[in-house]
Design a protein around this ligand. Structure first.
Ligand SMILES: *[C@@H]1O[C@H](CO)[C@@H](O)[C@H](O)[C@H]1NC(C)=O
Ligand SMILES: *[C@@H]1O[C@H](CO)[C@@H](O)[C@H](O)[C@H]1NC(C)=O
Length: 528
């Protein structure tokens, strides 16, 4: 490879294309702001204080008989009913079954057959309600992944992550919304419609765990579980001002997630992980869903944030990428200044040139044997896709417009096994080595989660590639946590991701907890 390729001056044709794209994006932004230039819908404040607490605290209160599991679940039900007409994040409930399980949990606590300490060890989340996205299987509930063809599919078994959480006492109360086939960063499909941001309903919640990010920000459940192959946990966590962790590759089982990754390589990109309002919940939840693999993460080993090495980069720095929003840059600086002031640590700025290739590396490495269209329509062909696009304009297609564009796009791109494909596989390996050498066992890399705050609905179509900041990290198999860092001048969440080397997830958690304490973490939507 090389540096030569990366440093090559950008050709005139590309520059012109870039300028045209920028103009379209700005003109688009103007029209979107005219169209959505309303207040949006307000959501009511959180009435039940228990919903502001971390999952760890809620669990302790249930064990210590300070509150019952039934009371916590009833609070979630009230909250979901309060906000869902405005937000449309929650798509299917199992409230009755959950309340029954809560009564059993409460009976176990009351019976005194186990001490609080024993319960903490055996069932650390006893009686704590959670939600997950409609692509992670929950026995008896729908498992559509937002695909109209699957609207009647019911999961016959729990996904591994859900099963492990149930074993530790947690109670699943329902499912949250996703984009069609979970492959876009705005949450909208033709089964459940569009999910709206609790901080401003004119904005997106991100995707694909968008319903989950929204449900967490609005405090509809005590914690959530998402999945991430290009940023699907971290982007929605960011747009909705909560924490989200994509674990190291091959740690958490992906069994029960739809679509099923087609190869070991793709499987290694996909991570199932927690989404929470409080950083302290990330570690214990990851420990549970990692199952047998948890020991590879040494999560009980203490981490001293004072002794870590900190690196940061403000943007992927690509010749054709637009700059990251100044408010996000400021948030990053706020963190590095905090490290300096609090611990006399000098974070080191990096400019890793290969990051410029993020999108090309992700797209090539993501190539599967089956085309995207295969998953979302009966028989895919270019003709069929174009036909569905026309139908879509009249509101007659089961597919979303972006789903169809992605299907079409998938006919192009590099071909598996081609020289170009191999080239990008190699670039991925090179970049992975750069990160591994840099981070070792004591380094973290601070990086934007996304270059802008939550765009208007539909606006991601004009900013299709802005998810490169999260996507590249999936290819590298690194663990990464999105950390919320307050609200922008428009009242929308901002934040950054904290990335560590393979199996060093505990560093991400330690830094996330430190920043949660220092900057306040999650802020209640519209009532800050
Ligand atoms: C939501 O965004 C719109 C459009 O930018 C803006 O006019 C409105 O004031 C915002 N609403 C809130 C609650 O901040
Ligand atoms: C991403 O974000 C920038 C703002 O920083 C925006 O102007 C632009 O349209 C988006 N860039 C791309 C590559 O889509």
């Amino acid at each position: 490879m090389s540096t030569t390729e990366i440093d090559r001056p950008v050709g005139l044709k590309l520059r012109v294309l870039h300028a045209v794209r920028l103009i379209i994006a700005s003109v688009g932004r103007f029209f979107f702001s005219l169209y959505y230039g309303t207040e949006g819908e307000k959501i009511p404040p959180i009435h039940d204080d228990i919903l502001k607490q971390s999952a760890v605290v809620v669990a302790r209160k249930i064990r210590n008989k300070e509150i019952t599991s039934v009371e916590v679940i009833e609070a979630c039900i009230r909250r979901i009913k309060d906000v869902n007409s405005a937000l449309n994040c929650f798509v299917e409930d199992r409230f009755e079954a959950a309340l029954q399980e809560a009564r059993e949990a409460d009976a176990l606590v009351r019976s005194g057959s186990k001490t609080a300490t024993e319960l903490e060890q055996e069932k650390p989340f006893l009686g704590v309600p959670f939600t997950t996205k409609d692509c992670i299987a929950v026995k008896g509930l729908h498992h559509t992944a937002g695909v109209v063809l699957r609207k009647d599919v019911i999961a016959e078994e729990d996904s591994d992550a859900v099963m492990l959480l149930k074993q530790k006492g947690a109670i699943i109360i329902g499912l949250t919304n996703v984009p069609e086939l979970c492959m876009w960063w705005e949450t909208h499909n033709h089964i459940h419609g569009r999910t709206k941001n609790a901080y401003n309903t004119t904005r997106i919640v991100g995707g694909s765990s968008g319903g989950e990010g929204c449900c967490q920000s609005a405090a509809g459940s005590v914690f959530g579980i998402g999945s991430d192959i290009g940023g699907s946990i971290r982007m929605p966590a960011y747009f909705n001002g909560v924490f989200g962790h994509k674990p190291s590759r091959n740690i958490v089982s992906n069994k029960g997630q739809y679509p099923i990754p087609e190869s070991d390589l793709l499987n290694s990109f996909l991570g199932i992980g927690p989404m929470t309002r409080h950083a302290v919940d990330l570690k214990p939840l990851t420990k549970i869903i990692a199952g047998y693999n948890a020991k590879k993460l040494n999560l009980d080993e203490p981490v001293d944030v004072k002794k870590l090495k900190y690196y940061y980069q403000f943007s992927t720095d690509g010749p054709l990428l637009d700059p990251v929003d100044p408010e996000i840059i400021s948030a990053m600086k706020m963190v590095t200044e905090f490290l300096k002031k609090q611990y006399q640590i000098d974070a080191v700025e990096k400019k890793i040139p290969l990051l410029r290739k993020s999108m090309a590396i992700w797209f090539s490495n993501m190539k599967g044997a089956k085309r995207f269209g295969h998953w979302i329509m009966e028989k895919d062909s270019v003709g069929k896709i174009l036909f569905e696009m026309v139908k879509c304009m009249f509101g007659l297609s089961g597919n979303t417009f972006i789903g169809l564009i992605t299907s079409l796009f998938d006919y192009g791109g590099v071909e598996i096994g081609s020289e170009k494909y191999k080239h990008y596989l190699k670039l991925r390996e090179d970049l992975e080595r750069i990160f591994s050498n840099l981070l070792g066992t004591d380094g973290v890399f601070l990086f934007p989660t996304h270059p802008t705050t939550a765009p208007y609905h539909n606006e991601p179509l004009l900013k299709a590639f802005n998810f490169s900041y999260t996507a590249i990290i999936n290819c590298l198999g690194l663990p990464s946590t999105t950390v919320p860092l307050g609200l922008s001048s428009e009242g929308l969440p901002i934040g950054i991701q904290v990335i560590a080397n393979h199996n060093q997830d505990r560093l991400c958690f330690a830094v996330a907890e430190e920043l949660d304490r220092a900057f306040g973490g999650w802020v209640e939507p519209q009532h800050s």
